[in-house]
Design a protein around this ligand. Sequence first.
Ligand code: FES
Length: 105
Amino acid sequence: MSEKNINVKVFRYDPIGDKEPYYQDFEVPFVEGMSAMDALDYIYQNLDSTLAYYDHAGCSLGICARCTGRINGKAGLLCQTPVSGEVTLEPTKKDKVLKDLVMKR
Ligand code: FES
C-alpha cells in the first residue's frame, strides 16, 4: 500500500446474490481531512459502482443521520468521521441490511 493510500475494508452483502456477507478491501487515495463518506464516494465513482450506501439521499452535513454506520467498530456518521490508515466500514445492524451499507429503516 502506498503511503498516500488508505485501505478501506467494506462490508458487502447482496441478499439476492450472496449466500454470506463478506468484506472487500479497496485502496483509496488519502486526502487530509477526508471522511468515511469521501472514501465511499471514491470507491463508488472509481472502483466499484455496485457499492450500496447512503450518499445523495443524505445531507452530508451531520444532520439527517441517514449515513449512520460503524467506522472501525464504533457507531458514527460516515459523512462526519475522518478516516486514515486502515479503515473498516460496516452497517450498524447487519441483520437489517438491504444491501452493503444500506439498512432497513
Ligand atoms: S448524510 Fe446526513 S448526517 Fe451524514
